[in-house]
Unconditional design. Structure first.
Lengths: 201, 175
């Protein structure tokens, strides 16, 4: 195991998220706790973002419930490798439901970034895209560079889901860009923007 | 409990879930939920979501609520322990969470491995701020599910109906 290899990955997490969200349209976004929530917020704090400050292992399941409730909207889950590893079973549950509007993007820096950059299992043997594929998610891949990202961006944004892309990103400490952290506010803001007057019931 | 009783109260609960406009039905199966799960799977007004672990259901139903869907989580009491950290999501976001929990380790349990979790299920739920509605007689089931659902969705709150083994009949492996 080369535990330092992710220091040299060419893709930077915030440019990846910027590219995914720059054409978001009516997309609904769930961001896993820690750096992915800060990355999504760095692009812009939007009502139709649901950035998590906890619920580790739950981002994909939240995205699944949202995708099933809103079949006409693209639902984008953006999370990290540590968060994804805690909820691997949710990939199996997604595959069984097979929502055509759900896309999952993992920003894989092979580290637990919020706790001191300890390595995760993806720094060793674990290949998240293979896990997703073996679970039965039809479109999966690992992206390691700018050409790769360019070529799969249309799939991430629009291909019939569920789709899963693990994007290897450089392990780096970036300035925090924090979204609001009151969960009730985030939930009410999201529901008001999505459901309008129906949000009250 | 006869098969007829079992199907009768399962049908009654199913009707209440329909009346409450429940759409997403997440579950890790239990024999006590057998008939209810079947009814939900057959309903065109519901989406059934089998889970790999119960905490997925807590997160799934949070996403459902964000998208405007009501849901219910069906599980055995052993699954409550799997959910504990994820209950933070429900609480801090003030979301509704309706759970129907069939008890193990509580009334004539034959498997001692079920007893530790069964004995602390209600205490854990209460500690986590979840409303509990224990039921020990089948005649009380429908009205209890209805009362729990009203408090959950009008709260919003997290609430669990605890269905006793006394109703379900303690499981055995005897032939």
């Amino acid at each position: 195991m080369d535990s330092n290899r992710s220091l040299h990955y060419p893709l930077h997490r915030r440019e990846v998220v910027e590219q995914v969200l720059s054409q978001r349209g009516t997309m609904l976004v769930v961001a896993g706790l820690g750096a992915p929530a800060w990355d999504v917020s760095a692009v812009g704090d939007e009502a139709l973002n649901f950035p998590l400050w906890g619920a580790m292992g739950g981002a994909v399941s939240i995205g699944l419930g949202l995708a099933l409730a809103q079949p006409s909207r693209r639902v984008m889950v953006i999370t990290g490798d540590g968060e994804m590893l805690m909820g691997l079973g949710s990939l199996a549950t997604v595959a069984v439901q097979s929502p055509p509007n759900l896309a999952i993007v993992v920003l894989d820096n092979e580290r637990y970034g919020e706790t001191g950059m300890q390595t995760t299992h993806t720094a060793d043997k674990v290949d998240l895209a293979s896990v997703a594929s073996a679970s039965g998610i039809p479109t999966c891949g690992t992206i390691k560079d700018h050409d790769g990202l360019r070529s799969v961006l249309p799939q991430i944004l629009a291909e019939k889901g569920p789709v899963f892309f693990n994007i290897k990103v450089c392990a780096e400490n970036l300035p925090l860009v924090l979204p609001p952290k009151d969960g009730a506010f985030l939930k009410d803001r999201f529901r008001l923007a999505l459901l309008g007057n129906n949000a009250a019931c | 409990m006869s098969q007829l009783d079992f199907e009768t109260w399962s049908n009654g609960i199913f009707q209440i879930l329909l009346n409450q406009k429940i759409r997403q039905v997440a579950y890790v199966p239990d024999a006590g939920h057998l008939h209810l799960i079947r009814r939900c799977q057959e309903s065109e007004r519901m989406i059934s979501v089998p889970l790999t672990t119960e905490e997925e259901g807590v997160a799934l139903l949070a996403g459902a609520w964000l998208g405007g869907d009501r849901g219910v989580l069906l599980m055995q009491s052993s699954g409550v322990g799997n959910c504990l950290n994820m209950f933070s999501l429900t609480k801090v976001c003030r979301m509704p969470l309706l759970m129907l929990v069939t008890m193990r380790g509580e009334w004539g349990e034959f498997n001692p491995w079920q007893v530790p979790m069964g004995q602390i299920t209600e205490k854990l739920l209460t500690t986590a701020g979840v409303l509990t509605f224990p039921v020990f007689a089948s005649g009380m089931l429908e009205e209890t599910v209805d009362a729990a659902a009203k408090m959950v969705f009008e709260g919003p709150a997290a609430g669990a109906v605890l269905i006793s083994q006394r109703i379900l009949g303690a499981k055995t492996f005897e032939k």
